[in-house]
Ligand binder design. Structure first.
Ligand SMILES: [Zn+2]
Length: 238
């Protein structure tokens, strides 16, 4: 069973979900796969207004629509998938945000799009599975950049030396931007495991960083399948 958000589960008229290795695209979203925008994710801050199924969207890391029947998804491995939804279920959005997207303001861009013809006060968000501070070690330069550029508490952003908390940064930004509520779903994409019925333990999520490390140790490591999980949301068509 893939991860869902308690908050988004209470919104009428939508389906949502966060993928993992058991279902790269959550089962509830699979019937709508063909309607997804065609896109190339580039760790940027561009949000696309989606107005037709299978829309050619170019380079984009965020999507927004008010139309039923169009599935919005993002691929992620260790970056954050974040799903946004208006409380009445009539408008939705999704973004892909790693450290670049967070630092460069993709959440602010989504808030700007929402506020263009609405208000973040009528919206909620859910931050999905990503690399968490148990595993997400980064360079001191990057830590210094975050401390310098973001107006958030150092202990929230960097709970232990050189370990960034991307999900906490995202949640804090979402609160600052006036959303009605935010929650989180899932766990660390690098270290979370699941145990099957016969007692075999395996990693729950695809992880870019874990796979890169394994590839260095053993180039033939069979766990590397090169496909990322997808997370998304759709306004259920009538
Ligand atoms: Zn971890």
């Amino acid at each position: 069973m893939t991860d869902i958000s308690a908050l988004l589960s209470n919104i009428p008229g939508i389906h949502h979900g966060f993928g993992d290795k058991s279902a790269l695209l959550p089962a509830v979203l699979q019937p709508f796969e063909a309607t997804r925008p065609n896109k190339k994710q580039v760790h940027g801050v561009r949000i696309v207004d989606v107005v037709e199924p299978a829309q050619e969207s170019g380079e984009a890391d965020g999507f927004y629509t008010a139309l039923p029947g169009i599935l919005l998804t993002v691929f992620s491995a260790d970056c954050l998938p974040i799903i946004f939804c208006k409380l009445d279920g009539k408008r939705i959005g999704v973004i892909h945000a790693g450290w670049r997207g967070l630092k460069n303001g993709i959440i602010e861009k989504m808030a700007e799009r929402i506020n263009y013809d609405g208000s973040t006060a009528d919206w909620v968000a859910s931050v999905g599975p990503s690399a968490q501070p148990c595993c997400y070690e980064v360079s001191q330069e990057l830590v210094d950049d975050f401390l310098k550029e973001l107006d958030l508490s150092p202990g929230l952003m960097i709970p232990s030396p050189r370990h960034l908390n991307l999900a906490a940064i995202a949640q804090a930004k979402i609160r600052q931007l006036g959303f009605a509520s935010v929650d989180s779903a899932g766990s660390c994409t690098i270290c979370s495991t699941v145990t099957d019925a016969s007692g075999n333990e395996s990693y729950k999520y695809t992880s870019f960083r874990r796979n890169s490390h394994q590839r260095v140790k053993d180039p033939s490591y069979p766990d590397i399948i090169g496909r990322n999980q997808q997370s998304g949301v759709i306004i259920i068509p009538n």
